[in-house]
Ligand binder design. Structure first.
Ligand SMILES: C[S@@+](CC[C@H](N)C(=O)[O-])C[C@H]1O[C@@H](n2cnc3c(N)ncnc32)[C@H](O)[C@@H]1O
Length: 359
């Protein structure tokens, strides 16, 4: 007895030769990944709203709370707030048991204003000017970013470096512990595009009698001055405002040169020029620290690095994705040796490379 196929059409007509892979019709892939991207837009703005409304700080103050209690403290509409809180539960930022909401560990650490590694002030600025994303198709058509951050870099970088200081200072401090800065006194450091100077500060805190030349654009450097002063390090720092491609830099003078998260906005030529400046500034035997978010060489296994590259392309004149091969190439071509790629804290990577003593 023959059994009729439940999919007669599929059996008769869908052969690889005629219509491709039959299971594409029979069992199409789920649309979830597409919805995931569409809803990602809403997720981002929900997080922005949560920060603007003070939801995480509010839940922290109340410890465990109902939406009604939180709405009272924040003076907002309870039914609207409930939608936001429920979405925050799905993101893993709030935990909810029955009617009570509390912070997850992620929110405590990264989303409360006083969290140990707070990113609260970073959320709005990290993607770059939002209109650049709306105009991404035009950027790709024309090869030109409408509003690159270089048009007003100080307005963009001021809040950014404030928000990233804690993480970068932790990364620099751990790198110093591993590198033995505390055993080397009197180090001379040059920190180019220093932001609030997390790298220079970490060296000064660990190496007795060390001094630093700290560079950034004038307005950003004013904030760095405050941070350095609050740590009692002003006497050991020379502030050198200006464009890091243009400022005067002594040659053969520094034990450490830091390029901390400055290369990915520069493009290949700009970053190479910075690496070459760093080489000339170092004394023979000195060390370059080049920290950034790197992508894998195949540009597909490290989504964070690939997407960071996209963010740079979308928001800067020349910036983009950096692969490890590309960065190692700049370093080797310039003459650096003994390249090490170090992860001093999770997901933060630094190339350490030596200018040979005999060079
Ligand atoms: C992503 S932040 C990194 C800050 C810091 N180095 C760190 O690792 O946290 C990049 C910094 O480079 C500075 N910068 C960008 N272009 C610059 C230029 N042409 N000259 C000097 N500084 C510049 C920005 O103002 C900003 O502070």
């Amino acid at each position: 007895m023959s059994v009729d196929s439940p999919f007669p059409e599929l059996k008769k007509r869908h052969t690889m030769a005629r219509a491709g892979r039959p299971w594409r019709d029979f069992k199409p892939p789920p649309s979830g990944p597409v919805w995931g991207i569409v809803q990602g837009f809403g997720s981002y703005w929900t997080l922005v709203a949560a920060i603007d409304l003070g939801i995480f700080d509010g839940v922290e103050r109340l410890n465990k709370c109902t939406v009604a209690q939180l709405a009272g403290v924040l003076s907002v509409s309870e039914p609207h707030l409930r939608h936001v809180c429920d979405a925050l539960v799905t993101f893993g930022f709030l935990d909810q048991i029955d009617d009570l909401y509390e912070l997850s560990e992620t929110a405590e650490r990264y989303l409360c204003t006083n969290g140990a590694a707070s990113m609260a002030s970073l959320i709005r600025v990290a993607p770059g000017p939002h209109r650049n994303w709306e105009q991404l198709a035009d950027t790709v058509r024309t090869g030109r970013v409408a509003t690159p951050i270089e048009d007003d870099p100080e307005a963009f970088y001021g809040p950014l470096v404030d928000a990233t200081f804690v993480t970068q200072h932790r990364a620099a401090t751990r790198l110093g512990w591993r590198s033995g800065w505390q055993r080397r006194s009197g180090l001379r450091v040059l920190d180019l595009g220093a932001g609030r100077a997390p790298w220079a500060i970490a060296v000064l805190e660990q190496s007795e009698g060390s001094t630093a030349v700290v560079n950034d654009l004038t307005r950003v450097l004013t904030d760095a001055r405050d941070t350095i002063e609050s740590r009692g390090l002003t006497d050991r720092v020379e502030f050198r405002p200006g464009d890091f491609h243009q400022i005067e830099i002594e040659e053969n003078a520094f034990d450490l040169v830091v390029l901390g998260h400055v290369c990915r906005t520069e493009g290949d030529a700009g970053a190479r020029a910075l690496v070459e400046r760093a080489w000339r500034a170092l004394r023979p035997g000195g060390q370059l620290l080049l920290a950034d978010y790197f992508a894998d060489n195949e540009r597909k296994y490290n989504p964070f690095g690939v997407q960071m590259g996209l963010t740079m392309m979308t928001n800067t004149r020349a910036g983009g994705l950096l692969t490890n091969d590309q960065v190692a190439g700049w370093l080797r071509d310039t003459g650096f040796v003994a390249l090490r790629l170090i992860e001093p804290i999770g997901f933060q990577f630094v190339y350490v490379a030596d200018r040979p003593p005999s060079s």
